[in-house]
Design a binder for this molecule. Structure first.
Ligand SMILES: Nc1ncnc2c1ncn2[C@@H]1O[C@H](COP(=O)(O)OP(=O)(O)OP(=O)(O)O)[C@@H](O)[C@H]1O
Length: 298
């Protein structure tokens, strides 16, 4: 249904995607890669917004660059908001329905369907610019669903949504995938990827590495590292919590499996009379995992 053949593209003289090959059928697919891996760039190519320097994209066998009508089969929901801020949610949806060429009757029908699917009823008459980040994401998603596209590209679809809403969006997307739509979502967060799918397509530094199971990746990812700058010596406090610490570049570094251990460590340090001057997560674990994968070390 979606074929990417040897796509190479970049910005100005810099190559960002190298010889991308992908062949996806209907269903739910997750593209996982660290920040800057090239996920958004690939989406822009698949949506026909960015033209590849070399290679081609085919949707249902038709070349995206040559056959303009095939672009209507693809809907792309970028990370940024694409709504008209001064128009109400309802007017935004009708405006885009018109842009997608839906007749008035079909538009009315589709708008009421997506409003129900994404629970937009309560802020339908509100100006889009006054919505919260999570509400905007829902309306952007609704906008993309209006034209019942065959291929739906979603850049971090659940970022900014509260957990309950994120779950309902995931269920909606999984339902659409079961009905035969091709959905490709991008994320740089392994834990979000795990919520979405069991298997992911890995992208790193502009190259598709492989398909991988999230469980396997999680196992390989191991512990997260946090660095602390404190007054005094924090080692005894960490030790009391069962955490080993070592000094790296002026920071006391601990490894944790759950973020909550970090807040417990901060409270314990403060209770012991030390001041916590800085706490930060060290390296992007996904980046180091991917470095290790590409170096063939794992
Ligand atoms: N318009 C642009 N002009 C120049 N370079 C760009 C442009 N957009 C992206 N890049 C560069 O291309 C590379 C890939 O960026 P891209 O946004 O595709 O990554 P990403 O995987 O979507 O990252 P993130 O998870 O942070 O959204 C980055 O190095 C980025 O700096």
């Amino acid at each position: 249904m979606l074929e990417v053949r040897s796509v190479t593209v970049g910005y100005r003289s810099r190559t960002v995607l190298h010889e991308i090959e992908l062949n996806l059928g209907p269903g739910f697919h997750v593209l996982l890669g660290p920040n800057g891996a090239g996920k958004t760039t690939l989406f822009r190519v698949l949506a026909g917004v960015l033209r590849p320097w070399r290679g081609e994209v085919r949707i249902e066998g038709r070349d995206l660059a040559r056959d303009l009508s095939v672009r209507t089969k693809v809907a792309y929901v970028p990370q940024r908001d694409t709504l008209y801020p001064s128009l109400t949610v309802r007017d935004n949806l009708f405006f885009f329905a018109q842009m997608y060429g839906l007749s008035e009757d079909v538009a009315r029908q589709r708008v009421s369907e997506v409003v129900e699917e994404l629970q937009l009823g309560e802020f339908l008459m509100q100006a889009a610019g006054t919505l919260s980040g999570g509400q905007k994401r829902r309306v952007n998603l609704a906008r993309a669903l209006l034209a019942t596209p065959n291929v739906l590209l979603l850049d971090e679809p659940t970022t900014g949504l509260d957990p309950i809403l994120a779950r309902s969006v995931r269920q909606l997307l999984q339902g659409l995938a079961r009905e035969g739509q091709l959905i490709l979502t991008a994320t740089h967060n392994l834990y979000e990827a795990a919520e979405l799918a069991e298997e992911v397509i890995l992208i790193h530094r502009g190259r598709i590495i492989q398909r991988g199971s999230v469980e396997d990746l999680k196992g390989r990812m191991g512990l997260r590292r946090f660095g602390f700058r404190t007054t005094g010596d924090p080692r005894p406090v960490f030790a009391q919590l069962g955490l080993e610490s070592r000094l790296e570049g002026g920071l006391w570094v601990i490894e944790v499996s759950e973020e909550e251990q970090v807040s417990r460590a901060v409270s314990a340090l403060v209770t012991s009379g030390l001041s916590v001057l800085e706490v930060r997560e060290l390296d992007n674990p996904l980046e180091s995992l991917f470095d290790a994968l590409t170096a063939g070390r794992l």
